[in-house]
Every structure is written in C-alpha cells, then in structure tokens.
Design a protein around this ligand. Structure first.
Ligand SMILES: [Zn+2]
Ligand SMILES: [Zn+2]
Length: 323
C-alpha cells in the first residue's frame, strides 16, 4: 500500500493505492472542522469508464505528486508515471548463462561448459513444441516486483519498461520479416477484472521499441476459452490435462505458414507456452518462438516477493494463470 499525503494550505490530498482498493482522498481543513471526500475504487465492480477514470487519475496523480518507490519504498525525487526508483530499475538485470538453447533454463554443471548449444535434460527428453523461448531476466527480485506492479497494482506504465527489457532480450534474435507477434491471451473474465491483458501491454511496448520491420501485432488470433487453474504442484501430465482445450485459434487463415512470436510476462514451467505453440502449429503456423520478460529459474523459486500478489502462488510450480 502506498499513501501519498500532500498539504496544500487549506487543502489536503491523499492518494492510497492498494491492489484491491485504490482511494483518492480530498479534504478541506476548516478552522472548526474537517470536511473530506473519499472516492473509493473497487476493482471487482468497476465499469469500463470507471476503470478508465481510475487509470487516468492514478497516472495524473503519480505525475503531479511523485510518490515512494513501489519496490524499495524510498521517496522518489523525479516525476515519472512509473513509481519505481532508478536503483530498483538498475537491479533488474538480464539472466546470465549458460542457458538451455531451447527453453532458456539456467544450466549448472561442468558438462555444459564449452558446449556451444547446451540443452537442459527436459528439452533433451521431450523437445518443446516451440522453437526457442527467450527471457530477459530471472523471475525474482525487483524484476518480479515490476511484473507484479503491472499485474496486481495495475500500473500500466510498467509495461513500457517491461517491453523495453523484452526488446533487449530479443535484440540478437533474427526473426523473419513476416513474423506475427501474438500475446498469450487472458480469459475474458480475468481481463475484465484486471482491465487489460498484461501480455498484450508488454507486446505492444515491445513492438514500439523493436525496429519491427514487417512484424505485425495480432491480438485477436489466439483466444483463451476458459480460465485455467494454477499449475502449482501438478505433474507434467496433469498440467497438460489442465490446459487441454484452454486455447484456440480464431483466424486460422492469418497464420498459415507464418512465424509466430508468442509474448507473455512470465515463463515458469513452459506448459502454457507449449500448449499455445501446439494449438498455433496445428492451425498452420510454421514455427513458434516464445518471448517473456521473466523466467522462473531453479534458484529463483520460493523467494518471497516484496510487492503484493493478491494471493497468487509463486514459485517453480507456476503463478496463477501461468505455467
Ligand atoms: Zn526503489
Ligand atoms: Zn531446456
């Protein structure tokens, strides 16, 4: 929760931003009494226009009145629509190798040293449906906090920074000019609740940062038919069953023979990306690549987050809605 009180002579303003109940307090201090007005936004029952107003007011307020860093809580000294300090941003570092050339998992052990194309045991045993998964950083520390700030605190400018990271991660990857950029879709109920699909916001930002060439963004091609339960604690077989029928392709004619770059915020086990790739390939896509801002790595599992997740489970088993 972030509280930003400001005193303007006779007027007091305070903005309370919490994941479930952001509030704007407007007060006028009078000699004998205090008159205050409180506007409370509850995410569950906001209409589209109310939510738009909420986003606009939050953005405007954060620009006019710099708050504390949402991660380390130190007061911000610069005006920005992203309430995160430079030190925390600098702590969001790229993942370092050696990495599996297919799924991007960090590899340990001497047997991988000097191998120009190391493969993790899992990819060696069961090659994924996607051609390759690339991630900017490990899903821990301030990077995980920034993802949570986007998803759970609904600070949309965080997507711009995450898109920038993604473009850095993909800088060395040569994608064919006719590649379609496809965000992993959210179930429509979830999207309504959150107000946006974080994967789509990141994909849009990435698209703006990358010298896109002929790459096209396609947000309506892949659809999610239902919400999927958390993958936490499921076996590989159970994960596949959990995802069966969860995705389908809406415009098959658009992807015939095309390369697809699937974009998501986090890759944990790779099961969601694998299922999306399976559906896209079956519908006629030529090859599927995966790009995520963050990737769960073995050491990163079970580290506590500092930014609220509204009860989402985190760790090697996957976050709610991810796999
Ligand atoms: Zn900070
Ligand atoms: Zn692998």
């Amino acid at each position: 929760m972030t509280a930003i009180p400001r005193d303007f002579g006779d007027f007091n303003l305070a903005f309370i931003a919490s994941p479930d109940k952001p509030s704007l307090y407007l007060g006028q201090a009078l000699p004998s009494r205090v008159v205050s007005r409180r506007v409370v936004f509850s995410s569950g029952d906001l209409s589209r226009s109310q939510r738009a107003f909420q986003f606009a007011s939050e953005s405007l307020f954060s620009v006019l009145f710099p708050s504390d860093c949402r991660i380390c809580k130190i007061p911000l000294t610069r005006i920005s629509n992203l309430p995160v300090c430079r030190t925390c941003l600098d702590g969001m570092i790229p993942i370092t190798g050696p990495l599996c050339v297919t799924c991007g998992e960090r590899l340990f052990g001497l047997r991988f040293a000097g191998d120009p194309a190391p493969l993790c045991d899992l990819c060696r045993r069961v090659p994924p449906r996607f051609r390759r998964a690339v991630a900017y950083g490990s899903y821990d520390g301030p990077l995980r906090d920034l993802v949570h700030i986007l998803k759970y605190q609904r600070v949309k400018p965080a997507a711009t920074q995450l898109g920038r990271f993604l473009s850095q991660a993909m800088a060395g990857i040569d994608l064919p000019g006719d590649t379609l950029l496809v965000p992993v879709p959210l179930w429509k109920g979830k999207r309504r609740e959150r107000g946006f699909n974080q994967a789509e916001q990141i994909a849009r930002a990435f698209w703006r940062f990358r010298d896109a060439g002929g790459i096209q963004l396609s947000t309506a091609l892949l659809i999610r038919n239902r919400e999927t339960a958390s993958q936490t604690g499921l076996t590989r077989h159970q994960r596949r069953a959990n995802l069966r029928g969860a995705f389908s392709v809406a415009q098959e004619e658009k992807l015939k023979g095309r390369h697809i770059l699937l974009v998501d915020d986090v890759l944990t086990t790779g099961a969601t990306a694998g299922e999306c790739a399976r559906v896209l390939l079956r519908a006629g896509a030529k090859q599927v690549w995966v790009a995520t801002v963050a990737r769960a790595t073995r050491e990163a599992a079970n580290l506590p987050a500092t930014v609220g997740t509204r009860g989402a489970a985190i760790g090697w088993g996957g976050t709610l809605g991810h796999a």
